[in-house]
Design a protein around this ligand. Structure first.
Ligand SMILES: [Zn+2]
Length: 120
């Protein structure tokens, strides 16, 4: 990967993070706009072949593409099943996401109010 490609990927990544941040900001008042932002972020990721950061992807519904906000449009449950599993249910389309929790304990505590890290 050349230097040029790297900065290209970095710009794409920054845009993705920014779009998710906008999505969170407008979610309360314009949920459909939030969904659109997430959609654009995912499209940038695909086109630029940049991975959506894990902490952002986690709050995106794989079924309908909504931004998932625990307690608002997504239900979070913990199930002790072969270790502990975190289950997130999208209340718009009913799609489930499952996460084994052994390593994720700290992330869970932050779940209701995820913080997006934007690099300078
Ligand atoms: Zn959904």
């Amino acid at each position: 990967m050349s230097h040029r490609d790297q900065s290209f990927a970095q710009i794409a990544e920054e845009r993705i993070e920014l779009l998710y941040r906008f999505a969170r900001e407008v979610f309360g008042t314009h949920p459909s706009l939030a969904k659109r932002y997430v959609e654009i972020a995912r499209r940038i990721g695909m086109r630029c072949r940049v991975r959506i950061p894990r902490e952002l992807k986690r709050f995106t519904c794989k079924g309908c593409g909504s931004l998932l906000v625990p307690g608002t449009n997504c239900r979070v449950r913990i199930k002790p099943d072969r270790g502990t599993i975190l289950i997130m249910t999208c209340l718009s389309c009913g799609k489930l996401k499952r996460y084994p929790m052994a390593r994720e304990r700290r992330a869970l505590h932050r779940a209701p109010c995820p913080v997006v890290v934007v690099r300078p």
